[in-house]
Design a protein around this ligand. Structure first.
Ligand code: GDD
Ligand code: MG
Length: 340
């Protein structure tokens, strides 16, 4: 079985982080996001993975290569204009001849994919959708099901008054090649608003696998920070082992954090529930909590950062205070004593 990862979106909600780094490779605990998905697929026996790209495809290829160093074969398909989620699947038609696992390229989850595939086969479904429960489905695709697991309704981004259940599309599917018939060629078309409602309309069997494992779409700064907290505080153990904290410097308090070994950390710093990317330099007595710092960042003495995301190669002056919610794009300069 092969897999296709939809990784062509522009990641607009994650700007400014995605201006130079497409969402599929933003670092999650210092590792490019797609590496976690690829490892999950590999652990369930899938070794051929098609990456469907559109936005900054070369950056992604550069980082992931041919996949051989992490045990899979990667194929790249690049859209000149974004084809939407279903259009991207149609575009891969010549590479897909059997049932295919499809992942949205921005989700992280615990998932027994082997069971999903087995259920798909047992039910002889045309499409099996993994669903997860959320408190507010309005930012997702709401999916109604019968007790026997048949999907009966699909409603993308419902308004509050349209919400009828708490199960949503988790962005992981098993699709039979038959669905390709229902997708128009060479034009933008979506799974969520096009293919899935069309399959229901034509009574093709669509089946739900409701997963109760951890699940997150990392597509906003809040969710991106959230997944870091969940991994660092061990509420979520992704398929790929995250680096353990490599910091053992006297007079630095470092808890629930991952600091790349190439960083230089000044005396008296406190690093709490945070990640610090390679080659960063942190001045004495700085306090960094619940934050994600990308590579090459300089943070001055006695700066205090809480709940922030700092893009690559930023320079943060001494005694600055960055409050929760601050997101800095690459190469920002914040002068001494600033408060953001
Ligand atoms: N190749 C390609 N081409 N990929 C695309 C395109 C495109 O034109 N447009 C979006 N994608 C990729 C994105 O990169 C992302 O990985 C995935 O498709 C989903 O797009 P998002 O923009 O992140 O969608 P969403 O989060 O608003 O909603 C989707 O995901 C939810 C779960 O996270 C929908 O599938 C919802 O139904 C679902 O609940
Ligand atoms: Mg998304």
């Amino acid at each position: 079985m092969k897999a296709l990862i939809l990784a062509g979106g522009e990641g607009t909600r994650l700007r400014p982080l995605t201006i130079n780094t497409p969402k599929p490779i933003v670092p999650v605990v210092t590792i490019p996001l797609l590496r976690y998905q690829i490892e999950l697929l590999r652990q369930h026996g899938i070794r051929e993975v098609v990456l469907s790209l559109s936005y900054q495809p070369h950056r992604i290829e550069q980082v992931l290569g041919d996949g051989s160093s992490f045990g899979v074969r990667l194929h790249y398909l690049v859209e000149t204009v974004p084809l939407g989620t279903a259009g991207a699947f149609k575009n891969a038609e010549t590479l897909l001849d059997t049932a295919t696992v499809v992942f949205n390229g921005d989700i992280l989850c615990e998932l027994n994919l082997t069971e999903v595939i087995r259920l798909h086969q047992d039910r002889q479904a045309t499409a099996t959708l993994v669903l997860t429960r959320v408190e507010n489905p309005s930012a997702y695709g709401l999916v109604e099901t019968e007790k026997d697991g048949r999907i009966t309704r699909f409603l993308e981004k419902p308004a509050l008054h349209e919400i009828t259940c708490d199960t949503i599309n988790a962005g992981a599917y098993v699709l039979e090649p038959e669905v390709l018939r229902w997708i128009p060629a060479a034009q933008a078309y979506s799974f969520e608003k096009g293919l899935f409602p069309a399959l229901l309309k034509h009574s093709r069997p669509m089946s739900a696998f409701i997963s109760d494992g951890y699940w997150i779409d990392i597509g906003t700064p809040q969710k991106y920070l959230q997944v870091h907290q969940d991994i660092l505080r061990q509420r979520f153990s992704p398929a790929l082992m995250v680096p353990s904290s490599l910091l053992e410097i006297a007079e630095v308090l470092c808890a629930n954090s991952v600091v790349d070994p190439t960083c230089r950390i000044g005396e008296g710093c406190q690093i709490l529930s945070s990640c610090i990317g390679s080659d960063s330099v942190i001045g004495r007595k700085a306090v960094i909590e619940n934050s994600v710092i990308w590579p090459g960042v300089t943070i001055g003495e006695s700066a205090r950062l809480s709940g922030c995301i700092v893009g690559g190669h930023c320079e943060i002056g001494s005694n600055t205070v960055l409050s929760p919610g601050v997101v800095l794009g690459d190469r920002c300069r914040v002068t001494d004593y600033s408060r953001l």
